[in-house]
Design a protein around this ligand. Structure first.
Ligand code: ATP
Length: 233
C-alpha cells in the first residue's frame, strides 16, 4: 500500500536520505531503525511532503502522492503521528479528537466508543486541555487521534520516546490492535529491541542509507545488528 522509490532528501548540502526504497503492505508493521540522525524522521516527513527538497517517488495505494499537500493526505487514509505528538495543546481532549476525525473526512461519533474504550483515561479527561495531560496521556491522545482518523496507513515517529515502560506497553498493545484491524504501520523507533519485537519487517538506516532490511526475525539474527544495536535479543 506504500511504496517508496529512490527517495533522497537534502537540507542544503546535507544528504539526510540517499536513494531509499521501502514498502509497507496492508496490515503489516514495518520498522525503520537507526541511530540519531540516520534519516528516519526525514523519510517520514518526505512521505507526507513536509521537506523542502527531495527527489524520488512515493506511491500510496498505487497513486503517486509526491505533489499532494500534507493536509489532504489524511482524507486519503494516510495519517501521521509525528515526533512530539502533534496534538493541539489549547484544545480539549474531545476537541483534539473531533478535529482529527474531521481532518480525515470522518465523523468522530463513529469511532468515539472505540477510542474511549481503548483509552478510558482519555474519557475521564475529555474536557481537559491537551497541555494539562501527562506525557503518557498526550501520547495516548496522539494515538487516539489516529484511531479517530481511521487510517489505512499510519506513520508513527518514536511513540515510545520519553515514556515509562508500563505506558509504552499500553501504547504498543493499542498499535498492535490497529494493525490487526488491517492498517499498515510504518514505525520509527530508536529503541531497536522494541521495534524488532513488534514489527513484521524492518529496515535499518545509517547515514541516510538502508544498510539492512528483511523480515524482523532475520534482521534480529543478523550478526552486525546483534553487535551494533541489539545485544541481548
Ligand atoms: P532522530 O532520531 O534524531 O530524529 P533521524 O534518524 O530521524 O534522527 P533525521 O532527523 O532525519 O534523522 O536527520 C537526518 C540528517 O539530516 C541529520 O544529519 C540531521 O542533522 C539533518 N537534518 C534533519 N533536519 C534538518 C533540517 N531541518 N535542517 C538541516 N538539517 C537537518
Amino acid at each position: 500500500m506504500l511504496e517508496i522509490k529512490d527517495l533522497s532528501v537534502k537540507y542544503g548540502p546535507i544528504v539526510a536520505v540517499n536513494q531509499l526504497n521501502l514498502k509497507v503492505e496492508r496490515g503489516q508493521m514495518v520498522a525503520l531503525i537507526g541511530t540519531n540522525g540516520s534519516g528516519k524522521t526525514s523519510t517520514l516527513k518526505a512521505i507526507t511532503n513536509c521537506v523542502p527538497s527531495r527527489t524520488g517517488d512515493v506511491y500510496f495505494e498505487g497513486q503517486l502522492i509526491n505533489k499532494i499537500s500534507t493536509d489532504k493526505l489524511p482524507k486519503m487514509g494516510l495519517v501521521s503521528v509525528p515526533e512530539g505528538r502533534g496534538i493541539f495543546p489549547n484544545l480539549t481532549v474531545e476537541e483534539n479528537l473531533l478535529v482529527a476525525a474531521k481532518g480525515a473526512g470522518q465523523v468522530f461519533a463513529a469511532t468515539e466508543e472505540r477510542v474511549y474504550e481503548t483509552f478510558p483515561r482519555l474519557k475521564e479527561r475529555r474536557k481537559q486541555a491537551g497541555w494539562s495531560l501527562s506525557g503518557g496521556e498526550q501520547q495516548m491522545l496522539a494515538i487516539a487521534r489516529a484511531i479517530a482518523a481511521k487510517p489505512k496507513l499510519l506513520l508513527l515517529d518514536e511513540p515510545s520516546l520519553g515514556l515509562a515502560p508500563a505506558i509504552v506497553e499500553t501504547i504498543f498493545d493499542v498499535i498492535n490492535k490497529i494493525k490487526e484491524d488491517g492498517t499498515g504501520i510504518l514505525l520509527i523507533e530508536q529503541n531497536a529491541v522494541l521495534a524488532i519485537e513488534v514489527s513484521d519487517y524492518a529496515y535499518v538506516m545509517r547515514m541516510g542509507e538502508v544498510i539492512l532490511s528483511g523480515p524482523s526475525e532475520d534482521v534480529a539474527s543478523n550478526q552486525d545488528m546483534q553487535d551494533t544495536y541489539l545485544g541481548a535479543i
